[in-house]
Design a protein around this ligand. Structure first.
Ligand SMILES: Cc1cc2nc3c(=O)[nH]c(=O)nc-3n(C[C@H](O)[C@H](O)[C@H](O)COP(=O)(O)OP(=O)(O)OC[C@H]3O[C@@H](n4cnc5c(N)ncnc54)[C@H](O)[C@@H]3O)c2cc1C
Length: 418
């Protein structure tokens, strides 16, 4: 059976696929989005919801490998790398290690800052102008330290971030404790990021889907893409369930699944799933007034009007779908070191999600160099919510032949020859 031909077919109804769908539909393209599950069923569901220009430095940095090795023997450490014989994971980890240089930080930080800063502005304008109901807060983020060593290590990077337009204030322990009464005493200092913000991610994605629908986008849930047809190097048809759907352009926005989906096209997209966890509660009485990053255990705490979430940790264990209790418990233990009331009165949801991690920590946005008609919008790692609107703007500009607001070159698929 062959369905009516949309102009653009987007694979993946996460924050990235839906943001691209909305931008393209508003630019006059006819758009269909396909998802194997439901709207926002992947990493875009239970993440921490912070919008963070503050995270402009790449994950691959000098010192990260030594830290990672120290953590290897601790099952509840913020980073876990499961032993593997999988050649693609070994190759990815080796390339990540090769990226842990000052030269790479200098190359990647400006590109990350550019897309994060642009997206931060676009997200706030979108939420304000269209009255998006997603518990948006623009009151910054506070990173809190209980050891001088961790604070000093983080402070080394501040000038680099400031040079790329990221604002940060260094606070002493007394100021942090005064500003945030939810914290236990013993804080040595904090970094306040005034331009960071937060949203409730599942609500934001639901609102995005509603706006896309209103703009004429067709969203088809429970519709897994299983293959493609090509004429030479041009893609023309997507196989989904028992259908073959023809389209002029296909956008791959499958998050951590992107390499699996693209295998049928002979593409090796260097993305590994970086598994993270979250626990959502009914809001405790002494909830923090703004998002916190608890520096030493690397736990993110986000508070909304009616909810409260502990999240993070990074696990490279392939496409493993189990909920690792040790890692969930580590979130609560980390929060207990810092907060008077680390958990809420009722546990609402325990969740894991796969971050689509590239080894250079930049997303992949633009035309495939190998398959005509295929576009990529994937690989957003730890920052897909934060980069979503600028990604859509950048992809739409390239697809429509407009000049992009930010330089598209650092994110192009060409750097991975895909
Ligand atoms: C614990 C945790 C905390 C995080 N916190 C933050 C944060 O505070 N701020 C931030 O900016 N980012 C955060 N992130 C990262 C963010 O969640 C991701 O970068 C972002 O959600 C990626 O969006 P996406 O649309 O690319 O992927 P996804 O949301 O995973 O969407 C991909 C979609 O593709 C669909 N799909 C897969 N295979 C197929 C197929 N064969 N056919 C059709 N559809 C398919 C999936 O069902 C899924 O819906 C966090 C992530 C985690 C795990």
């Amino acid at each position: 059976m062959t369905a009516a031909k949309p102009d653009v077919l987007i694979i993946g109804a996460g924050v990235i696929g839906l943001s691209c769908a909305l931008a393209l539909a508003r630019a006059g393209r006819s758009v269909t989005v396909l998802d194997r599950g439901g709207i926002g069923a992947g990493a875009s569901h239970g993440n921490c919801g912070t919008i963070t220009p503050s995270h402009a430095l790449p994950l691959a940095q000098p010192g990260v490998i030594a830290q990672g090795l120290r953590w290897l023997l601790k099952p509840d450490a913020p980073l876990r790398i499961a032993p593997t014989l999988d050649p693609s994971r070994i190759a990815w980890l080796a390339r990540f290690a090769l990226n842990c240089t000052y030269a790479q930080v200098e190359r990647v930080a400006p590109a990350k800052a550019a897309i994060l800063n642009r997206s931060r502005d676009l997200i706030e304008a979108f939420i304000r102008d269209e009255a998006i109901d997603c518990d948006f807060g623009a009151d910054g983020e506070l990173q809190v330290f209980r050891t001088r060593q961790a604070l000093d290590a983080a402070s080394v990077e501040l000038d680099v971030l400031r040079a790329h337009g990221v604002s940060v204030d260094a606070w002493d322990g007394a100021r942090v404790e005064h500003d945030e009464p939810a914290l236990k005493p013993g804080v040595v200092g904090g970094l306040y990021w005034p331009n960071d913000a937060h949203i409730r991610p599942d609500r934001y994605v639901a609102e995005l889907a509603a706006r896309a629908h209103a703009a004429g986008v067709t969203i088809r849930e429970q519709t897994a893409v299983t293959g493609f047809d090509r004429s030479g190097d041009r893609i023309h048809t997507v196989h989904a369930c028992s259908e073959r759907i023809a389209a002029r352009d296909v956008v791959l926005a499958g998050g951590a699944w992107s390499p699996l989906i693209a295998r049928d096209l002979g593409l090796c997209i260097p993305i590994q799933p970086g598994k993270g966890y979250s626990i959502t509660y009914v809001r405790p009485q002494r909830a923090p007034r703004r998002p916190l990053v608890l520096a030493e255990p690397r736990v993110c705490v986000t508070t909304w009007a009616a909810g409260y979430r502990l999240g993070s940790t990074m696990e490279f264990a392939g496409y493993d779908e189990t909920l690792n209790r040790v890692r969930l418990d580590a979130l609560v233990r980390g929060a207990s070191e810092f907060l008077h009331e680390p958990v809420g009165p009722e546990r609402v949801e325990e969740w894991w999600g796969w971050r689509p991690m590239t080894y250079d920590d930049l997303p992949i946005i633009g035309a495939s160099t190998r398959i005509h008609g295929l576009w990529l919008a994937t690989g957003h790692g730890m920052l897909g919510m934060s980069m979503s609107n600028a990604t859509a703007e950048l992809l739409a500009a390239q697809m429509l032949g407009h000049e992009a607001f930010i330089d598209p070159r650092p994110y192009l698929p060409a750097r991975f020859a895909v």
